[in-house]
Each structure stands twice: as structure tokens, then as C-alpha cells.
Design a protein. Structure first.
Length: 68
């Protein structure tokens, strides 16, 4: 759990043949979050999701929890 968000499968590689895991990505994003947030603030967000065994797809709905 990080910042109240449950995290799963942290030992899983990011993709086949990757030399990095989901934990590595989370740790990296945590380390650079202040810089990333400053650059991304007030910009639209596109989310491309990849579910195990499926083709990637763009999430097009706007969840109720999304900031204005």
C-alpha cells in the first residue's frame, strides 16, 4: 500500500523481457513525482490500459473521482 492505494503484483515485470518490475516503476514515479506533477498540472490525461491477455485500449470515460 502506498499513500492509501493498495498495490498488487509488484514483482511482475512491466512487459515480457523487461528488466524492470511494477515496483520499480512505482518507486521511480514516487521519486520524481514533484517534477512530473509540476509538468502535468492542468493538462488533459489519456489513459491507455493493458489488461493481462487483452490488447491495449484507451480508457475514454471520465470517472467521477477525476479532478475538474
Amino acid at each position: 500500500m502506498r499513500d492509501g492505494v493498495p498495490l498488487t503484483n509488484l514483482g511482475q515485470p512491466l512487459f515480457d523481457g523487461a528488466d524492470a518490475t511494477k515496483r520499480d516503476l512505482v518507486d521511480y514515479l514516487d521519486a520524481v513525482r514533484d517534477r512530473i506533477i509540476a509538468e502535468l498540472r492542468n493538462r488533459p490525461l489519456s489513459v491507455i490500459r493493458v489488461l493481462r491477455g487483452q490488447q491495449p485500449f484507451m480508457q475514454k470515460n471520465l470517472p467521477k473521482y477525476a479532478p475538474e
